[in-house]
Design a protein around this ligand. Structure first.
Ligand code: BGP
Length: 482
């Protein structure tokens, strides 16, 4: 036993997203989402994205891991681990099947009523991402989602509808998942719902940077409007953002590397974060837009909305760090297609090229808290790994335990030694689910194993991994028994 580093009301839990685990894609009046159009292996490189649902092809979001039908069983397992909080998202197309429908779909609204009731029955606080990596596909086809300003109204109507409906059941809300990721070229479709306009079934992602930052702007305005609405609907709401926080280190102490690191940190993390916390673009963002010749549609009204919708809590996902250099001989590229930069020779790398860096989490928490002084939650973190299920149904995932253990230690240090106001931790994919980047099942994060393979074959049965028992004990001891 070590000393207690976490406050007694620290919120331990886990995180999921509807498009990656719910399934029931065409049940209960649900419409087709952007995620529903992706074949396995195609989530961020939608070359195989189809305009029609092809007979006999496997679309991982269609069944997900079938939370839609098994939520009672799953929530019971979360409760057994002692979850205080559970992060999930609402499938937009369950509520507004086409995105621009006149009335919401009552059956969809009822589904989440039941899920929230089930969570509350066990004393688990829902943490709801209003929109996580899926949009009504109809809006992609008609207005190209976040390429269009019209999306702001569609989103705010959806947000208002769900916040009103669940105002007595949900207190913690996140507006848009990994909002800053839309500016990364690999995420224009997955996070922006943007097609490239190609009429053909086969698409290449060639969305220009300007369009991506324009999309980010519209999303920031939509997020601010949702925050403002949320505060009006229930003053007790805690409204948060959600940033894919990518911490970069200078590859060397060469001042050019340091400046390069500062540049990318600003472009990737700080533009969105500053706007959501401070309600205005920092000067470096405006200079960046100008330097690149971006002619963005940013109106005076937008600037007012940004000011009125600043967040109460800063949340982010944290998986890896990267290094930046201006030198030609700075070593290998990250091996992680999501980020640019170089490998860090001091870190180990996951099977998917993500460099594991627990101390980097402590550093990141301090950076963010030092900049914004808001309560924070780490709402995604974890190790994607292949698991082996033994004949007796056990799964010995000591590598996952080691990963999370190290990250928890660093969070504890950030709280107790550095004074960071961290209020919760929801590791990603607390139950195995479909990977966002690969669209496959074998990149698993869960404490709970789901019998399902990359081709949709399996019983969907749930098994407790070794990490299940371990995490239960971590929560029970409030992070002292690691
Ligand atoms: C984040 C997303 C999640 C998620 C996670 C892990 O970027 O918000 O939806 O899946 O990353 O990524 P992956 O599934 O690609 O391993």
């Amino acid at each position: 036993m070590t000393k207690n580093l976490f406050p007694s009301n620290f919120m331990w839990g886990g995180a999921t997203a509807a498009n990656q685990f719910e399934g029931g894609w065409n049940e209960g009046g649900k419409g087709v989402s952007t995620a529903d159009m992706c074949l396995a292996g195609s989530r961020t490189t939608p070359k195989k994205l189809t305009k029609t649902i092809l007979e006999g092809e496997y679309y991982p979001s269609h069944n997900g891991i079938d939370f839609y039908h098994r939520y009672k069983e799953d929530i019971k397992l979360f409760a057994e681990m002692g979850f205080k909080i559970f992060r999930m998202s609402i499938a937009w197309t369950r509520i507004f099947p086409n995105g621009d429908d006149v009335h919401p779909n009552e059956e969809g609204l009822q589904f989440y009523d039941e899920v929230f009731d089930e969570l509350l029955k066990y004393g688990i606080e829902p943490l709801v991402t209003i929109s996580h990596y899926e949009y009504p596909y109809h809006l992609s086809e008609t207005i190209n989602c976040w390429e269009s300003r019209k999306m702001i109204d569609h989103y705010t109507r959806f947000a208002e509808t769900v916040m009103n409906r669940y105002k007595n059941k949900v207190k913690y809300w996140l507006t848009l998942n990994e909002i800053n990721a839309v500016s990364l070229e690999s995420a224009g479709y997955v996070n922006g719902g943007m097609l490239n306009g190609d009429e053909d079934v086969v698409m290449e992602m060639k969305i220009e940077k300007e369009k991506l930052y324009q999309a980010l702007h519209y999303m920031l305005v939509a997020s601010a409007k949702a925050v403002k609405l949320g505060h009006a609907i229930n003053p007790n709401f805690v409204m948060g953002n959600m940033i894919a926080y990518i911490t970069y280190y200078p590859f060397s102490c060469h001042p050019d590397d340091v400046l390069e690191t500062q540049r990318i940190d600003r472009e990737v993390n700080l533009i969105a974060g500053d706007v959501q916390v401070r309600g205005e673009y920092p000067q470096f963002a405006l200079n960046f837009f100008e330097r690149n010749g971006f002619n963005l549609d940013i109106t005076e009204d937008d600037l007012v909305f940004l000011k009125q919708g600043t967040i109460d809590m800063f949340t982010f996902s944290y998986y890896f760090t990267a290094t930046m250099s201006t030198q030609e001989d700075a070593g290998e590229a990250t091996g992680n297609f999501i980020v640019e930069g170089n490998q860090n020779p001091y870190l180990e790398t996951s099977e998917w090229g993500w460099q594991i860096d627990a101390k980097g989490l402590r550093y990141t928490l301090n950076q963010v808290y030092g900049r914004y002084q808001l309560p924070m939650m780490v709402v995604e973190n974890g190790l994607g790994a292949m698991d082996k299920i033994e004949e007796d149904g056990s799964i010995h995932d000591n590598y996952r335990i080691a990963y999370i253990q190290e990250h928890i230690k660093e969070m504890g240090a950030a709280i107790s030694e550095d004074g960071v106001d961290l209020i919760g931790y929801t590791p990603w994919g607390c139950i195995d689910l479909v990977s966002a980047s690969t669209g496959e099942m074998d990149k698993r994060y869960g404490f709970i194993y789901v019998d399902l393979d990359n081709f949709g074959k399996g019983t969907f049965d749930r098994y407790k991994k070794d990490s299940f028992t371990w995490y239960k004990q971590v929560i029970e001891s409030n992070g002292t028994n690691l």
